[in-house]
Ligand binder design. Structure first.
Ligand SMILES: [Zn+2]
Length: 150
C-alpha cells in the first residue's frame, strides 16, 4: 500500500492557516518528493495562500506569483529535493478523484468526505472525516425549488 508522510510541523502550519481564515476557505501548495520505488510520498514543505490571495466562504484564489516565488525559494534551499506535489485546501466537504492506472487509460473514482462531529464517551467533541457513499444520478426533476434526484 502506498503511504504518505507529512512533517508534523508542516501539518501544524496548514492547521494554523486554516484556523486563521475559518469560516473562509484557504489553501496552498504541498511540496516534497516520491521515494525511488514510488510507494512513499514525503511532504516536506507547505506554502500558504499568499498575501494577495482572495478568500471566500466556498472558494479561494491563490496569490500565484507568491506561489512561484516560494516554490523557487524552497527548491533552492533544499538543493532541489522538494518540488510541487499538489494543492491543499480547507473545505467543509471535499471531493477527490482518485486515479487508477489501467492498461491504456486512467480510471477516475470519486471519493467524498465531510467533517462531522463524532459521538464519544468524553464530554468534548471530536471531529473526523466521514467518507460518504457516492451515488450517481442522471437528471434533476421538477422545479428548481423542489429539485431532487430521480
Ligand atoms: Zn477549494
Amino acid at each position: 500500500m502506498k503511504q504518505a508522510w507529512i512533517l508534523s510541523g508542516v501539518l501544524d502550519q496548514i492547521r494554523n492557516e486554516a484556523e486563521s481564515k475559518t469560516p473562509l476557505e484557504t489553501g496552498g501548495l504541498l511540496l516534497g518528493y516520491w521515494s525511488a520505488d514510488n510507494n512513499n510520498v514525503v511532504i516536506t514543505d507547505m506554502v500558504g495562500p499568499g498575501p494577495l490571495a482572495k478568500h471566500r466562504k466556498f472558494t479561494y484564489k491563490p496569490d500565484y506569483s507568491f506561489h512561484q516565488q516560494e516554490m523557487k525559494r524552497i527548491f533552492n534551499e533544499n538543493g532541489g529535493m522538494s518540488t510541487y506535489l499538489g494543492d491543499w485546501h480547507s473545505h467543509p466537504i471535499m471531493l477527490v478523484l482518485g486515479g487508477t492506472d489501467k492498461d491504456d487509460f486512467t480510471e477516475w473514482t470519486p471519493e467524498i468526505w465531510m467533517i462531522s462531529p463524532q459521538l464519544s464517551i468524553f464530554p468534548w467533541l471530536r471531529w473526523d472525516y466521514v467518507s460518504l457513499k457516492v451515488n450517481m444520478f442522471d437528471q434533476l426533476c421538477c422545479s428548481k425549488k423542489s429539485s431532487h434526484f430521480v
